[in-house]
Design a binder for this molecule. Structure first.
Ligand code: ZN
Length: 346
């Protein structure tokens, strides 16, 4: 091997390698070219192995040429890397592009449970007449739940309530919101205008019209000179707000141990408007709550002088009001987690 041959081989290698770099299809091909020409086992290294056979004065010349070839090939590789790398990045950006104008997935918004919505609406109506919301405990004692409401232990009225007793020194799950009346009387001085919403419990076989857990709203007003006429006027306003202006109402005699006299408050049937249909048992009327003048015995238990003050109380089932407003026929639907039902009130 002589100088001329080596020089010629190096120039040929340079030409091939620079051409290959310029025409490489992708960056992977460039890396292969880099290794096959400039790598430890590459073509340039192989050519330079022939240097040892040259006369000593020729060796620097070949070394200089080899260096030129290496720099030319490296420059060609770098230029192609820039070109192909940019194209590949552009292609990748195009392929992975996110379309920010695509409509998003709708977020499902919750709504108030129909019982909560109805209880809030009831509270809103009575708030207009100055009634303030109080809450009593769900776990009550026998004295507050029964005895102070004029229902002594042997009183036949206890048959009205199938009570869930707790294994805790005579305590029980409240059967109604009425014990809240006693708690408010112990806490406040007249004039009192209290609204007591809450969950109540009874030992009931559950069916379409009975539930072991249900919601009541209790109302209590105590002042000097409070009368049945005040009660009727207030309940009329309530009925008009909940069931439409001009909705006819009536009092019927009723019975509760803690009110005297006691009444049932009816509205004209919301289905048939008095024409008599199955929904109103063909009476034309629907009972929406019970009420009456607070029994003097109950006032005394509440620490209020019945000679000076009179009061009225009323209590209603929230499910009953919701049923009439939304025409629901099965109470169990309120306790089941079916959003098609629970979400359908808006
Ligand atoms: Zn009817």
């Amino acid at each position: 091997m002589d100088l001329a041959q080596l020089t010629s081989d190096l120039q040929a290698l340079r030409g091939r390698a620079v051409d290959a770099a310029a025409t490489a299809a992708d960056t992977a091909a460039l890396e292969e070219l880099d290794i096959s020409v400039l790598g430890k086992k590459g073509e340039l290294t192989a050519v330079l192995r022939g240097i040892g056979a040259l006369p000593a004065e020729d060796r620097p010349k070949v070394g200089a040429i080899a260096n030129d070839v290496r720099m030319a090939v490296e420059a060609a590789l770098a230029a192609s890397r820039t070109r192909l790398g940019g194209a590949e990045m552009a292609a990748r950006l195009a392929a992975e592009a996110v379309d920010v104008t695509t409509p998003g997935r709708p977020v499902r918004r919750g709504s108030l449970h129909p019982i909560v919505e109805t209880a809030r609406e009831i509270a809103r109506v009575f708030a207009q007449f100055g009634f303030q919301v109080y809450e009593g405990p769900e776990i009550e004692d026998d004295v507050t739940n029964f005895q102070m409401l004029n229902i002594p232990p042997d009183h036949p009225a206890r048959d009205l309530w199938d009570t869930l007793y707790l294994d805790l020194d005579g305590r029980l799950l409240r059967t109604h919101t009425s014990p809240g009346q006693i708690r408010v009387m112990h806490k406040e001085q007249p004039p009192i205008r209290a609204l007591l919403p809450g969950r109540c419990f009874r030992y009931e076989a559950v069916d379409a019209s009975h539930a072991s857990e249900f919601f009541q709203v209790e109302g209590l007003m105590i002042d000097e000179g409070t009368s049945m006429a005040d009660l009727k006027g207030l309940l009329d306003q309530f009925a008009h707000a909940m069931f439409g202006e001009g909705r006819a109402t009536r009092f019927r005699p009723g019975y509760y141990p803690f009110t005297e006299p006691s009444v049932a408050f009816d509205i004209l049937c919301v289905i048939c408007n008095g024409e008599k249909c199955p929904a109103c048992s063909r009476t034309g009327w629907m009972t929406i709550l019970g009420a009456g003048m607070v029994h003097p015995v109950v006032l005394r238990y509440g620490g209020i002088d019945p000679e000076r003050y009179q009061g009225f109380a009323f209590g209603m089932g929230v499910e009953r009001i919701a049923n009439l407003r939304h025409h629901v026929i099965d109470l169990r639907a309120y306790m089941e987690d079916d959003l098609r039902f629970l979400g359908g009130f808006r």
